[in-house]
Design a protein around this ligand. Structure first.
Ligand code: F6P
Length: 548
């Protein structure tokens, strides 16, 4: 592979877009009654429907040529091999090992990693079971009724998203809360609901240095110490981190510290001990099902030919729209209230991974990378931003996710939910022409003058692309599948763009500047002279507000 081959593949795609750009998806369906059957992939009960896209067989062939030109298969092999593909941090990327359910060995620096993974998982499971069963209690002898995970980014979004998604599984009577923001309101509002004697705090931080997490951790420590005494602290805290030295300094008992490894990226860490709060919420067996779902997707991604490979198709369709059509954002709309945090989870996964401007060798990227990922559950989104999806000037490809059957809900509610989901993807594709609008208005007896005024407002351009993921039910296994599908989709796109999806240097500058500002913001006597005029002016205005 070479960048020249990739450029040639993109040039072919661009020429192809000119050829098929005027074709409407509805016409493609009309011409080919096998389209739905051919443009779908099934993974057991999960059906990935990609028939409502601006593609035909030639598009797919061009996209496969692009994937081969970018050596997607070779890069995928490197990923699974434990090679240090995160070159800027000199790290392997092996979150797949955390959910490996086969006897396969994974190695980093020629050392097997599975024995440590399994030992750590056992420790997490034992601790979670003991908390759930009341075998481990607080300093006063009370059972834990509440668990608070304190973490941010990958140490929060995954377990928080999944605990909500799977809230009906493995219920034990223990409530699990997530505190992430350095805004004290987050912790204060959570603590207001809690009895310190019955609360366990889990400090989740890969680095154990993150400002937000450590600030919240120390405040939570004071909350426990104030209510129960300093000696009670060790009974009410556990930690998940790769920095066991720093955890020890915080004063957490060694048998309550759960490790993971630098080859697990923060946004890929839900499968590791970072899943402790989730394991307490849903129980070890359901957590195992969650891992298994992801493992099944790993096998699918690694072994299935590119043209039938769901993450490959997801990734390539995204590249087609981002680079060839120039669409700048991508919506993920779960028709599932319990997946309400899924879009936020995907924002970190996708945008922290692929929000890059240089290629692996440090040279500028040749084309646009990560689109803006966003979304909200349906049907709520329909009454908020769907107007723009249907009639706005931007075309925004959508992923719809919906279960055939609810986990716990009235069947009729679910009938309405599914109908809404299908209606939206149909409406986006079909649109409504001027002619159709005029016919409808005429049938209502409207005057020709009023029809001429109103018709342009009621026209839907249509031809707006979407994928639909339809599965039996949102179980732990299915959630594991969905998350792993998106993880590998992000990897596929990084391979096409030849970028490192596993570092995140872009978050560093803000952290550094914040460190410099804290003493200035904290003390009105400190000069603002060395700051830019805007930052200095804002600090001075705040000082005036506080003084007034
Ligand atoms: O802000 C970026 C980031 O490093 C994320 O990549 C990470 O998930 C998050 O901060 C939290 O980091 P940690 O787990 O080390 O506290």
């Amino acid at each position: 592979m070479s960048q020249t081959d990739v450029a040639a593949a993109f040039a072919a795609l661009e020429a192809h877009r000119v050829e098929i750009g005027h074709r409407r998806i509805v016409d493609l369906f009309a011409e080919d009654h096998t389209r739905f059957d051919r443009y779908q992939v099934r993974l057991d009960d999960l059906l990935f429907d990609y028939s409502k896209h601006r593609i035909n067989d030639a598009t797919l062939a061009h996209l496969m040529t692009l994937a081969r030109a970018a050596d997607l298969e070779g890069k995928r092999d490197d990923l699974f091999s434990g090679a240090k593909i995160n070159t800027t941090e000199d790290r392997a990327v092996l979150h797949m090992a955390l959910r490996n359910m086969s006897g396969r060995g994974y190695f980093v620096d020629d050392q097997p990693v599975m024995p440590d993974i399994l030992a750590e998982r056992r420790k997490v499971n034992d601790f979670a079971s003991a908390i759930r069963e009341g075998a481990i209690v607080g300093a006063t002898g009370s059972y834990f009724t509440d668990v608070v995970n304190i973490g941010i980014g990958g140490s929060d979004l995954g377990p928080a998203m999944a605990a909500k998604a799977l809230s009906t599984f493995g219920v034990s009577g223990i409530r699990v809360h997530f505190v992430s923001n350095v805004d004290g309101a987050d912790l204060t509002d959570t603590l207001a609901m809690l009895d310190p004697a019955q609360t366990l705090f889990i400090i989740s931080s890969k680095t154990f240095t993150t400002q937000e997490t450590m600030t919240n951790a120390h405040s939570a420590r004071r909350f426990v110490a104030a209510a129960l005494g300093e000696e009670a602290v060790s009974d009410h805290f556990a930690a998940v981190s790769t920095r066991l030295d720093l955890v020890e300094q915080f004063g957490i008992k060694p048998d309550r510290v759960f490790g993971f490894w630098d080859w697990v990226g923060g946004r890929y860490s839900i499968w590791s001990s970072i899943g402790l709060a989730l394991t307490i919420a849903i129980g070890p067996k359901h957590f195992e099902d969650f891992l298994r779902g992801a493992y099944e997707v790993d096998q699918h991604f690694e072994q299935t030919p590119l043209h039938e490979n769901i993450p490959v198709l997801m990734g390539l369709l995204g590249v087609w729209y981002r680079n060839v059509w120039g669409f700048g954002s991508h919506a993920v709309i779960p028709y599932d209230q319990r997946l309400s945090r899924f879009p936020a989870y995907l924002q970190q996964l996708d945008m922290e991974s692929n929000g890059k401007s240089v290629m692996r060798d440090g040279s500028p990227v040749m084309r646009a990378t990560a689109p803006v990922i966003w979304g909200e559950p349906g049907t709520n989104g329909q009454h908020a931003f769907f107007q723009m999806l249907h009639q706005g000037t931007d075309v925004i490809p959508v992923d719809f996710l919906v279960a055939a059957r609810p986990t716990v809900a009235d069947e009729y509610h679910h009938t309405l939910l599914v109908s809404n989901c299908l209606a939206q993807s149909e409406a986006l594709m079909r649109g409504r022409s001027r002619e159709e609008v005029e016919t409808l208005l005429r049938a209502q007896g409207m005057s020709e003058a009023r029809i001429a005024e109103l018709a342009p407002h009621k026209v839907f351009e249509g031809n707006r692309p979407s994928s639909t993921f339809l599965y039996r039910q949102l179980t732990p296994n299915m959630l594991g599948r969905l998350v792993a599908l998106y993880e590998h989709k992000v990897f596929v796109q990084s391979a096409i763009w030849n970028i490192n999806a596993f570092d995140q240097w872009g978050v560093e500058l803000g952290k550094e500047l914040c460190g410099r500002l804290v003493p200035i913001v904290n003390d009105a006597r400190v000069s603002t002279a060395q700051l830019d005029d805007s930052t200095a002016g804002l600090i001075q205005h705040r000082r005036a507000l506080l003084a007034g």
